[in-house]
Design a protein around this ligand. Structure first.
Ligand SMILES: [Zn+2]
Ligand SMILES: [Zn+2]
Length: 112
């Protein structure tokens, strides 16, 4: 595997993969320059997404809580009980506003 890298003077230089991260000499202008190591594609893509928006690859508790706050809950009027702190939480909430524990979407009818 090889790629075309440009020397500081803009000349295309074919660089073999074993020279990635090493210094090579431009055959045109004899300038020695360091060849960057190509980043892995998946790392590049995820970092781009991070820059573009508030993208989180995994649904962390914190990310869900942040998202829950952004939603308008006016229509949610029924409540259920937080299994951790026992607070009455609106049924539409997945995250307890008191203790921030994640509550899966359980059936609303209280058992027992
Ligand atoms: Zn050059
Ligand atoms: Zn709670």
């Amino acid at each position: 595997m090889s790629l075309i890298e440009k020397c500081p003077n803009g000349h295309p230089v074919k660089v073999h993969e074993r020279h990635f991260g090493h210094r090579v000499r431009c055959p045109r202008c004899q300038t020695v320059f360091k060849v960057p190591v190509p980043a892995r594609r998946e790392l590049t893509e995820s970092s781009v997404l991070r820059i573009l928006g508030d993208y989180s690859p995994e649904d962390s508790e914190e990310a869900m809580a942040r998202r829950a706050v952004a939603i308008d809950w006016d229509s949610a009027d029924s409540t259920r009980r937080c299994p951790r702190c026992g607070a009455d939480v609106k049924a539409a909430f997945r995250i307890c506003p008191q203790c921030h524990v994640y509550m899966p979407d359980l059936p609303n009818a209280a058992a027992g």
